[in-house]
Design a protein around this ligand. Structure first.
Ligand code: FPP
Length: 256
């Protein structure tokens, strides 16, 4: 049986997964990854930084396969932040071409695996060719029912929160609700992640111990997992390790 082709179904996780020896009842619904360390990976090999980004792009497939195998519902990957515009123009251009390459190469496989592509971030501000490639992939995979591969691109958490607050203010101005009606659910509903839920687990590679403007509101009770491994070297085995560590955590959400 090809595990990767199974439709997502919580009930069949235990019966169908090859990972039965681990706790199938505690698979995170939503895993988010800060794919850091591409530049250092390239530097260590005497290669230009962009070679690290290319390798990093190719690496995404390994993690998608593993996420599918685990029956994870949403995998969010941080592809380009609102702060990445500070990088040299050549590197920005390269980074923003990568989704085109990625989707050209892997869209058939993603379709085969029933993966649905979504994005968070200001996609409208991206170069036209990148927008077109993303739109095609989102449209083509829209009816897929398996893993949601959520690409955070031109994404910044502070920008997202300001966007949400502006929408809420407009609602007050329009008389749709009053200031007293504003609550966490309302702010949540206007975030780009409204339909995705908060990440249960956030992974960051390359030894950096920070969130870098990634899902700050949504990370309130996320479990954080850091590794020194550089993103291009992060493989399915590492991903499994992060999931197993997550399964050992006690999540109390402020309770006892
Ligand atoms: C951080 O490493 C990584 C990025 C800014 C880009 C990550 C993008 C990819 C892995 C490819 C995305 C492609 C698709 C299709 C979503 P860094 O360059 O900051 O590494 P460094 O800290 O070692 O310099």
């Amino acid at each position: 049986m090809d595990l990767f082709k199974l439709p997502f179904n919580k009930k069949n996780r235990k019966a169908e997964s090859s990972l039965q020896h681990k706790d199938q009842g505690r698979i995170p619904n939503h895993v988010a990854i800060i794919m850091d360390g591409n530049g250092r990976w390239a530097q260590k090999r005497g290669l230009p930084r962009v070679a690290g980004h290319k390798e990093g792009m190719d690496n995404i497939k390994k993690v998608v396969r593993k996420a599918n195998q685990f029956g994870i519902e949403v995998l969010t990957i941080y592809a380009f932040s609102t702060e990445n515009w500070k990088r040299p123009t050549d590197e920005i251009e390269y980074l923003l071409k990568l989704p085109i390459d990625f989707l050209q190469h892997y869209l058939p496989e993603l379709m085969d695996r029933n993966v649905k592509i979504q994005t968070i971030g200001e996609v409208n501000a991206l170069p036209q060719r990148t927008k077109d490639a993303i739109k095609r992939a989102v449209d083509q995979t829209t009816h897929n029912t398996g893993l949601v591969l959520n690409i955070a691109i031109n994404y910044g958490s502070r920008h997202e929160m300001i966007h949400s607050v502006k929408q809420i203010c407009q609602g007050v101005i329009d008389g749709a609700y009053s200031v007293d009606d504003i609550n966490e659910d309302m702010l949540n509903d206007y975030l780009f992640t409204a339909d995705l839920g908060d990440p249960d687990l956030i992974i960051r590679t390359s030894g950096e111990l920070r969130l870098s403007n990634f899902l700050l509101w949504q990370a309130a009770y996320s479990e954080l997992w850091f590794t020194d491994i550089l993103w291009p070297d992060f493989d399915g085995e590492q991903f499994e390790k992060a999931i197993y560590d997550f399964q050992r955590r006690k999540r109390r959400y402020g309770g006892v």
